[in-house]
Design a protein around this ligand. Structure first.
Ligand code: ATP
Ligand code: MG
Length: 171
């Protein structure tokens, strides 16, 4: 029997303190839709989709070569896309983040992984299937200190992201 592939993505995991703050803030503004679990809050850097298990080690090696410059994300914009994604985003994307995503995509292409062609829109999803944009002005500072390779797994309690590799950034 063949083992099923993994569903992988590189992301910035939201620190626990900030995740708790965002959770409470989201409740306070009365956001609609299906809320993202507090443990799952993150910013996707690169979504790989289905990856054969045998290729996991290539991604763990790739992770070691990523730029390590820490940065702070100012989440100062609340938006909702037509696909129902209610999200927070930075109005200014820090240079180290752009650099990181650029290098990540470059290395994925070099290894022949399928890579997103669309421009990178940094965002942290708060809820899905939202039909109303609350009138609220966020102001959250996210000190980014870690990159994680996650495996997205389904369980009876909903989707769970399992960290299979992480790399710390240097302030
Ligand atoms: P579910 O799909 O069960 O509602 P989820 O969307 O949280 O849960 P995944 O679909 O595994 O879980 O997605 C993991 C991350 O990758 C999320 O940030 C998601 O927005 C992003 N993602 C998923 N599919 C794509 C895609 N086709 N292109 C870009 N990013 C994607
Ligand atoms: Mg999904």
């Amino acid at each position: 029997m063949t083992t099923p592939p993994l569903r992988l993505f590189f992301a910035l995991p939201c620190p626990k303190d900030l995740a708790n703050l965002l959770y409470a803030w989201r409740e306070g503004i009365g956001a609609d839709g299906r809320p993202v679990d507090v443990a799952n809050l993150h910013m996707t850097l690169a979504f790989l989709g289905s990856v054969p298990r045998g290729r996991k080690s290539e991604l763990l090696e790739l992770g070691k070569t990523l730029p390590r410059e820490a940065f702070t994300l100012q989440l100062d914009h609340l938006g909702r896309w037509r696909n129902g994604i209610l999200h927070l985003s930075p109005s200014i994307t820090p240079e180290p983040l752009l650099n990181l995503v650029h290098r990540l995509r470059e290395m994925l292409v070099a290894l022949d992984f399928p890579v997103e062609q669309r421009p990178f829109h940094p965002h942290l999803t708060l809820a899905r299937h939202s039909i109303r944009l609350p009138d609220a002005q966020p102001s959250f500072a996210w000190p980014v200190r870690k990159i994680t390779l996650f495996s997205s797994e389904n369980s009876p309690r909903g989707v769970h992201y399992r960290a299979i590799g992480d790399w710390s950034l240097n302030p």
